[in-house]
Design a binder for this molecule. Sequence first.
Ligand code: C2E
Ligand code: CA
Ligand code: CA
Length: 225
Amino acid sequence: MENDIVSALENGELQLYVQPKVDMRDGRVIGGEALVRWKHPEKGLVPPREFIPVLEKNGFIINVDEYIWEKVFAYLGKLHREDRMLVPVSINVSRLHAYDEKLAETLTIEITESIQLQGNDNFMDIFNCWRDAGIEISIDDFGTGYSTMNMLKNQTLDEIKIDREFIRDLEKDKSRIIIRNTIAMLQQLGVHIVIEGVETEEQKSFLLGCGCTDAQGFLFHRPMP
Ligand code: C2E
Ligand code: CA
Ligand code: CA
């Protein structure tokens, strides 16, 4: 896989997909997330969870991320030139980019909480640097294992994406209490919330009942080329 991925980039086998984010009240598209797809000539579509970890180990994720970002910039530029509707498109930023201070494009960047584990105060400085450059910071996969409470206290964040694991088991009283109160807490802190992985009407109506309107999930749109 390590060998294949280098030629994959050169041969144009890596493609940009975008999954829309919607306002669940009316289905309006309010944004999107850029996601990489690998169309392998023999193996077919290889899911990111199979190759991203390999790339994060050997460092090549830096190249792949930048390739995807460029595709996003080109796509937004094209929409802009054609006078079409523009919404913010988030790009994923691997933790390996965390030390790169040159990132300065006006896009929302999603950073997985785990980069914090590298335990470096630098991140706060880098975040502030990015925010000054007009980039919105979004914390990905909120609610999955890594503590974010300190970050919520100390850092201005624009967006938090609540992981889809979080909105499973809605039939359990305890799950509903946790979700409802987490949403309330984040809203009181003034953070914009996006719920990921909404697949059912039950999830949608429960979340709307909690006052959360913005979501990304197969119920609305799958990632598309
Ligand atoms: P992520 O950043 O949390 O991306 C959201 C994932 O959830 C996507 O999987 C998306 O297809 C999936 N998803 C969205 N709605 C639903 C739903 O309703 N149900 C279900 N079951 N899944 C849903 P995908 O595209 O397979 O990406 C997996 C992970 O790979 C991403 O998780 C992200 O961590 C990583 N990734 C993908 N593209 C890139 C990239 O360009 N750069 C980097 N660094 N990581 C990427
Ligand atoms: Ca993401
Ligand atoms: Ca996520």
